[in-house]
Design a protein around this ligand. Structure first.
Ligand code: ADE
Length: 266
């Protein structure tokens, strides 16, 4: 992948028509893969679980909804795997839920909030909350011209430079794959993606959001140091609760910042 700067790109946003950019933001969808990450926000904003027909009957997908200030806030989750009872993390469920939610709600903005692994060599530390400038995949290797770029699936996040400044967040590139661990092949692709962060949903959400022309931003809090010496799964589990608190704090501040604004003011 060609090198890119860490600044969120302006080109994708420039393509959005100016009427959309100037319309007050009203409906927000926050896609969160894990229930532990979502629950504090559901409680903070006093959201109610919706049992409506937004999703097909029988799927485990969950939507919480409520009004906060001038905003319709929706938190959507892929829910529990029907057989194993664990959160349905990963790209397949993320893209399905994002698709169904956009079709049903036509939101003004998507926020993908979640935890991520961070690279200390790129400035990440446990508990840091990042806004991703761009997202790409690291486990879709197709060494045929153009299919290689399709596999990487690089996409720019919506440029939210005022959010970045106002909340004093860190910025970095996000690389997505369907594994918590990192194989040598993944590592090479993540390095090529110049990523500071590694997650399991971001690029899938970005794909669907771009397809359906909804701006998306990515807030990721670091639970584990990928280039550190602790085993990833242990470090992730150990830090999940405290880091989730930092993530939720940032999401709440972003929502407060968004209230009363239009996309061009983010
Ligand atoms: N989420 C939290 N830590 C992660 C990691 N190391 N890789 C992928 N997703 C993560």
């Amino acid at each position: 992948m060609a090198p890119h700067s860490d600044q969120p790109a302006q080109e994708a946003d420039a393509a959005m028509d100016s009427e959309t950019q100037r319309k007050p933001i009203s409906t927000i969808v926050i896609f969160i893969a894990m229930h532990t990450e979502a629950l504090p926000l559901v409680n903070r904003f006093k959201l109610q679980e919706e049992h409506d027909s937004l999703f097909p009957k029988g799927v485990p997908w969950v939507r919480y909804h409520g009004i906060y200030k001038d905003l319709h806030i929706n938190i959507v989750q892929p829910g529990k795997d029907p057989v194993l009872g664990v959160d349905s993390v990963g790209t397949v469920c993320a893209s399905l839920v994002t698709y169904a939610t956009i079709q049903g709600l036509k939101p003004d903005l998507i926020i993908n909030a979640g935890t991520a692994g961070g690279f200390k060599a790129k400035g990440a530390a446990i508990g840091d909350v990042f806004l991703a400038s761009e997202v790409a995949f690291h486990d879709r290797r197709i060494p045929i011209p153009l299919f290689d770029l399709y596999g990487v699936g690089l996409r720019q996040a919506f440029s939210a430079s005022n959010v970045l400044k106002d909340l004093n967040l860190k910025i970095g590139k996000l690389s997505t794959g369907d594994s918590l661990d990192m194989s040598p092949h993944d590592e090479a692709s993540i390095t090529a993606n110049d990523a500071t962060l590694k997650d399991m949903e971001g690029a899938a959400v970005a794909y669907v959001a771009e397809l359906l022309k909804v701006p998306a931003i990515f807030l990721k809090a670091v639970t584990d140091i990928v280039d550190g010496d602790k085993p990833t799964a242990e470090e992730f589990v150990q830090n999940l609760t405290t880091v989730t608190a930092a993530l939720d704090d940032s999401v709440a501040k972003v929502i407060d910042f968004i209230s009363g604004k239009c996309l061009s003011e983010l």
